[in-house]
Design a protein around this ligand. Structure first.
Ligand code: NAD
Length: 417
């Protein structure tokens, strides 16, 4: 999914940097660099035309020393087990940085959802969940949405798991529709958290968020909400894109109108005429203050990092910058708020949803948003402080905190038996 970039190698390289800072014991480093469990499933689906097609899917649990594993399910044609493992590892650090009681996991199915009907995607989902349900559970491993999946897919996951248990288990998955035990604020949570991180980061570099020029790559769940809240908070969104390409207007784009008319319709934003069309690579290099990659991994690399003009990059996507790019951006003085901090809003509100499901007691949206903002600000402050203490970049600082919390939990629990 990330072209030629090996994202697992990238995740392991990031871990090694943190391990060096922490002077981690080599045995412990080995434990953390590998997933505790990888399940590969091949399963058939009868298509609408009666043909049988076999799909490949994965569920990877990286580490559960701080709690049940948690992580999204991605439907995309380019996924593989290594990428899924890298994403599971990042989830472990992300939950630890936010200090919520989960380990990391990730799931995926190799499928181009655009080629299949809604009924086929439902059948695929139900069969995939049946294949991986031996390792899922509200106390063991809890999925959520990611690229190509949404609240409806989460509802099918919950229903399938519950049918097999014989009773309703809302806590087995988060990001569900609100009327099925979902949390208010979950849909917006990742994008909202991205903007909290952006605003906090602005304060540290003396940039006024109000009036800042923002470019967002990806116009799905994370990108469209981040763009919309950025505009509500006074920023000027000058560029946005989806998988087909982007649009640019230095005077600003009408984000809410674009969300209303085009989100969920791949390529739709290009129909908006009062803007200049740009490719996804041109979009990243636009003149702006804040760049929010919110699509896929490995978008900012050694090849284009030098051309980035933003002063601040806030990673809505997972793994959008490679380690090569990190070095270049750091040398250029561009502050990068890393994925494991910047996009933690999703898993934080997923945690709230899980707590609400376990208690059967539901919160008002204001309470959700307030608690989300509080955790995001607190995590940002801790990571920023670690960055100053260790005189490093923000990703390394976040990893130092996340990896240390997981390492400490592993040591305290001890190696069984
Ligand atoms: P989504 O499927 O809703 O949207 C993805 C967007 O990226 C779409 O607009 C799509 O057109 C665009 N896109 C796909 N391929 C692209 C390409 N090659 N170039 C440019 N744009 C491309 O997915 P999402 O849930 O918004 O997730 C986006 C990113 O945020 C992913 O990296 C995901 O792992 C990460 N993330 C999501 C959540 C969440 O709660 N949904 C939480 C944390 C992190």
């Amino acid at each position: 999914m990330s072209g030629h970039v090996d994202v697992l190698a990238m995740a392991r390289e990031q871990l090694s940097v943190a391990a060096n800072y922490l002077e981690l014991d080599s045995g412990l480093h080995q434990v953390l660099s590998r997933p505790m469990r990888q399940l590969i499933v091949n399963f058939p689906v009868v298509l609408d035309n009666g043909e049988v097609m076999v799909f490949e899917g994965y569920r990877v649990q990286h580490n559960s020393s701080r709690g049940p594993t948690k992580g999204g399910i991605r439907y995309h044609q380019d996924v593989d087990v290594n990428e899924t493992t890298a994403l599971a590892m990042w989830m472990t650090w992300k939950c630890a940085v936010a200090n919520i009681p989960f380990g990391g996991a990730k799931g995926s199915v190799k499928v181009d959802t655009k080629q299949f009907s809604r009924r086929e995607i439902e059948k695929l989902t139900r069969r995939y969940v049946t294949e991986i349900n031996i390792i899922l559970g509200e106390r063991s491993d809890i999925p959520a949405p990611d690229i190509g999946t949404n609240a409806q897919v989460m509802a099918w996951i919950m229903d399938t798991f519950s049918m097999q248990k014989g009773y309703t288990v809302p806590g087995v998955v988060t990001g569900k529709p609100v009327d099925l035990g979902g949390s208010l604020g979950r849909v917006e949570a990742t994008g909202r958290g991205v903007i909290v991180a952006a605003e906090e980061a602005c304060k540290t570099i003396g940039l006024n968020f109000n009036g800042a020029r923002v470019v967002v790559q990806g116009f799905g769940n994370v990108g469209s909400v981040a763009a919309s809240i950025a505009a509500q908070h006074g920023a000027i969104v000058v560029g946005i894109s989806d998988a087909v390409g982007g649009i640019y207007n230095p005077k600003g784009l009408p984000v809410d109108e674009l969300v209303h008319r085009y989100s969920g319709r791949e390529g739709g934003i290009r129909e908006y005429k009062d803007a200049q069309p740009v490719s996804n690579s041109e979009l990243l290099e636009l003149d702006c203050d804040i760049l929010i990659p919110a699509a896929i991994a490995a978008q900012i690399t050694g090849d284009n990092a030098d051309k980035i003009k933003a002063k601040l990059i806030v990673e809505g996507a997972n793994g959008p910058s490679t380690p090569d790019a990190d070095k270049i951006l750091h040398d250029k003085g561009i502050l990068v708020v890393p994925d494991i901090l910047a996009n933690a809003g999703g898993v934080i509100v997923s945690y709230f949803e899980w707590v609400q499901d376990l208690q059967n007691f539901f919160w008002e949206e204001d309470a959700v948003n307030e608690r989300l903002t509080k955790i995001m600000r607190h995590s940002f402050a801790q990571v920023h402080e670690a960055m100053m203490i260790h005189k490093t970049d923000m990703r390394t600082a976040a990893l130092i905190i996340g990896v240390k919390r997981v390492a400490d939990a592993t040591i305290r629990r001890g190696i069984f038996p």
